[in-house]
Design a protein around this ligand. Structure first.
Ligand SMILES: Cc1cc2nc3c(=O)[nH]c(=O)nc-3n(C[C@H](O)[C@H](O)[C@H](O)COP(=O)(O)O)c2cc1C
Length: 176
């Protein structure tokens, strides 16, 4: 059976992006899902000096190995001030030092959500532009606006938005 990883670009215990990533992963047929928690990859803020002095943290190596072991990636990015959260950016920076082709060509369903009407569109655009330079194979994209109006009891409550996500999930499934 194929194996996918699902995670959020957030370290919040009640992360809405983690809720969305878990929901989307449950829509993928016939796969084993491993949900990652970014809290398990907390590392010093990346700096060249730290890398020269101490090398790459085991957490960064472990993170890349999770990607290596997966057949596909579901990632939902939280948006802070129009960009990645610092927590995600730090993991991304360290991981890119371990493996420049960080996403290793694995099919990716890339998402974002926020309480606002743009649904994290800025960070989604940023990642859509950047991740392919790290060998991301983005096969589906989805932004869920106004999370608290459109998501309840672990699922998207708006039918149109849910159908949009289902379409992206099908494309992801087919590329695994
Ligand atoms: C410092 C900070 C900056 C934020 N900036 C944005 C933003 O630019 N756009 C947006 O839609 N929401 C913004 N938000 C709201 C987040 O989208 C919201 O906190 C969301 O729950 C974060 O996702 P998470 O729950 O998965 O961590 C911001 C929140 C914080 C704390």
């Amino acid at each position: 059976m194929k194996k996918i990883i699902a995670f959020a670009g957030s370290i919040s215990s009640n992360s809405i992006n983690k809720q969305l990533a878990i929901y989307a992963s449950g829509l993928v047929k016939d796969v084993k899902v491993k949900v990652l928690d970014l809290n398990n990859y907390e590392m010093p803020l990346y700096s060249v000096d730290r890398e020269n002095a101490s090398g790459q943290p085991q957490e960064a190596i472990d993170f890349v190995n999770e990607i290596r072991d997966a057949d596909g990636i579901i990632l939902s990015l939280a948006e802070y001030n129009g960009a990645y959260t610092g927590a995600f950016k730090n993991v991304f920076d360290w991981a890119s030092r371990v493996e420049q082709k960080t996403f290793l060509g694995k099919p990716m369903l890339l998402m974002a959500t926020s309480p606002g009407g743009r649904g994290g569109q800025s960070v989604l655009d940023m990642a859509s532009d950047r991740f392919p330079r790290h060998d991301a194979n983005i096969v589906g994209k989805f932004s869920l606006p106004s999370f608290h109006s459109n998501f309840s009891n672990g699922a998207i409550s708006n039918d149109d938005l849910n159908n949009d996500l289902l379409e992206e999930v099908r494309q992801f499934e087919e590329s695994l």
